[in-house]
Design a protein around this ligand. Structure first.
Ligand SMILES: Nc1ncnc2c1ncn2[C@@H]1O[C@H](COP(=O)(O)OP(=O)(O)OP(=O)(O)O)[C@@H](O)[C@H]1O
Length: 202
């Protein structure tokens, strides 16, 4: 079974993080601003120097080229990056009517200019872009930060459906205690230089 494992991972000031995320489960990470949540996700995505061992389904991060690793471990940063002028350029072979209804876009979205997208629209499209690459693990950095209350709930439900159906091992950075309660199978909090288990099992 898929599992994302961290053993004694240190990045920046955060030291010796060990945890396991089984496939189909959500582990939430919270902590004060600047405590190292995003850097931890970037280390797991092999985008940031770190020490310790990270593996997916028993395969060590060091055994794969970074781009191959990132095909398996999909990251959705808080600020998504877009390279083409039109939305459709980022979704080759996909038509707008294949976008999940829960994302709330009309089929014409593929012809929209990226520059007109609101931050919430970018965030929702970035989630779908990551899922469309069919990773085994998902790293979500405050995925609903730019969404209103109703949209947050509907995107959470859609994400949880996808995570369960695809059995994705998911690490989800969140601030809102109510959201953590709704989505997390386990919750860790950064306290100083350590990641402490708040609820769930190690
Ligand atoms: N490449 C880097 N080199 C040195 N320090 C860095 C680097 N990238 C980030 N930092 C610092 O590391 C700390 C943690 O940053 P990080 O972005 O992980 O915080 P965060 O917990 O995600 O915060 P927020 O909730 O505000 O997004 C910050 O003090 C930041 O300035």
């Amino acid at each position: 079974m898929t599992a994302l494992r961290l053993e004694n991972v240190s990045v920046g000031a955060l030291a010796k993080v060990s945890l396991a995320v089984p496939g189909g489960q959500v582990v939430c990470v919270s902590g004060p601003s600047g405590s190292g949540k995003s850097r931890l996700l970037r280390a797991i995505a092999d985008l940031e120097p770190h020490s310790g061992r990270i593996s997916l389904s028993g395969i060590d991060q060091l055994a794969l080229a970074a781009h191959q690793w990132r095909l398996q471990v999909g990251m959705v940063p808080a600020d998504s990056q877009w390279w083409f002028d039109e939305v459709g350029g980022h979704f080759p072979g996909t038509t707008g009517d294949r976008l999940p209804l829960a994302l709330g876009f009309p089929p014409e979205v593929m012809g929209w200019s990226v520059s007109r997208l609101s931050s919430g629209e970018r965030q929702r499209l970035a989630l779908w872009r990551a899922l469309a690459r069919e990773p085994q693990a998902l790293l979500l950095d405050e995925p609903t930060a730019n969404l209103d209350g109703d949209t947050t709930i509907s995107i959470e439900n859609w994400l949880l459906d996808e995570i369960h159906r695809r059995q994705l091992a998911t690490l989800w950075v969140a601030h809102d205690p109510a959201q953590i309660q709704r989505v997390a199978d386990a919750h860790y909090q950064i306290d100083g230089t350590r990641l402490e288990l708040v609820h769930g099992s190690d």
